[in-house]
Design a protein around this ligand. Structure first.
Ligand SMILES: Cc1ncc(COP(=O)(O)O)c(C=O)c1O
Length: 379
């Protein structure tokens, strides 16, 4: 099998897997228990909190573990509505956010919150000037994703942070696709909230991360015990949290070399396919993008057919994000770039990761071209 869908999820790293295992069996204590088995679990959680904090330039007290990136995103967005209830609320986001952000805003809209969706250019990037123009006296939150999960474009987060500096507006970035893959330093971004997810950087599934800048208030979403600084109740997923700490440390260590290697793989893929299919098109900005992710349009065929044929050859790619795959609608991200429905339906996303090899890239190119001409022949 060739797994080229690392934006959907990644295989856990061997080190992270080995580190988390004892916390599922020998050291299975509840991190809130007072005896030594519990204290050991608590220590492991706090060590992971430090590892995550160091990786993103935060203080450990600013890191909260959740069950997923989706939970962390929903929490921040729903929290704003609670914080400012009885006051007019306006929020700004982009039209290409992940559905955990868009659907949370949709829910707020239904309860009377005013939401401005900033459109993106053909390159998939937001313009800081558009955000500036959208700000109103009652704007409470700006939420712009760090890197897009479908096309891989990287937004000018530090510039948005600069724009919001000194204003009484909270700033959140969904950095689920960025953390562990490109440098992310909260101390330089001007963000109040940042979200990440361990399974996107070779940790286990089921552990999300919320960075909440010190001094910023956020009402709890989940009630119960006093876990996670008293803000997020629920027995900690100790094993998952340990995997997150280990995986993030490892990803930072490997980042520079990996980025170079993955960028070359993506370039080779585009060139290789273009040689046989000159009409293939890259969606989104070619410079401001994640190293391993590329989204391609194959005009005249359906991306879904292409994905299924590749699956028969043991190659995993996707037509959109894993969360929207299987739905009938074309990608909201590609439509936002100005693509027609037909063009949007012709796209696939390839996302390489740590375990992909150059030989696999060769095979991906060959099989994509074979499948394309096979589908075209049957049209
Ligand atoms: C940009 C982005 N945000 C949020 C999420 C949700 O993260 P999780 O799978 O941990 O809920 C994803 C997952 O695909 C994502 O790509």
């Amino acid at each position: 099998m060739i797994y080229a869908d690392n934006a959907a999820t990644t295989r856990i790293s061997d080190t992270a897997f080995a580190k988390m295992l004892p916390f599922l069996r020998e050291q299975y204590g509840n991190a809130s228990s007072q005896y030594s088995l519990g204290v050991k679990a608590k220590k492991a959680v706090e060590h992971a909190r430090h590892q995550v904090a160091i990786a993103i330039g935060a203080d450990a007290s600013e890191i909260i573990f959740t069950s997923s990136g989706s939970e962390a995103n929903s929490w921040v967005i729903r929290g704003i509505a609670e914080k400012f209830h009885n006051k007019p609320i306006h929020v700004i986001t982009s039209s290409i956010e992940h559905h955990s952000v868009l659907n949370a805003f949709l829910t707020l809209e239904r309860s009377g919150v005013e939401v401005t969706y900033i459109t993106v250019g053909k390159n998939g990037l937001v313009e800081v000037a558009d955000i500036k123009a959208a700000i109103k006296p009652h704007t409470r939150l700006v939420s712009i994703m760090f890197a897009n999960n479908e096309i891989g474009t990287i937004q000018p987060i530090a510039e948005v942070g600069q724009l919001l500096k000194g204003k009484d507006i909270l700033f959140h970035t969904d950095a689920v696709q960025a953390v562990g893959h490109i440098p992310v330093d909260v101390s330089r971004l001007g963000v109040d909230f940042l979200t990440a997810s361990a399974h996107k950087f070779y940790g286990a599934k089921g552990t999300g991360i919320l960075y909440k800048r010190s001094g910023i208030e956020l009402v709890p979403l989940v009630f119960g015990g006093k876990q996670e600084h008293g803000l997020r109740a629920g027995t900690e997923n100790v094993a998952g949290i340990v995997s997150a700490g280990c995986a993030i440390e490892e990803s930072i260590e490997l980042m520079a070399n990996e980025a170079k290697r993955l960028r070359k793989m993506v370039e080779d893929t585009i060139e290789g396919i273009k040689e046989k299919i000159p009409s293939v098109r890259v969606n989104g900005d070619v410079f401001h993008r994640l190293p391993g992710t590329v989204n391609l349009c194959f005009n005249g065929i359906s991306g879904e057919s292409l994905m299924h044929l590749l699956d028969l050859k043991g190659i995993c790619v996707s037509t959109s994000s894993a969360c929207t795959a299987g739905r009938d609608n074309p990608s909201h991200v590609l439509l936002a770039l100005g693509l027609s429905e037909q063009e949007a339906r012709s796209a696939i996303r390839i996302s390489y990761g740590r375990y992909n090899t150059t030989a696999e890239v060769e095979k991906v190119i060959i099989e994509i071209c074979n499948a394309y001409f096979k589908i075209l022949g049957n049209c």
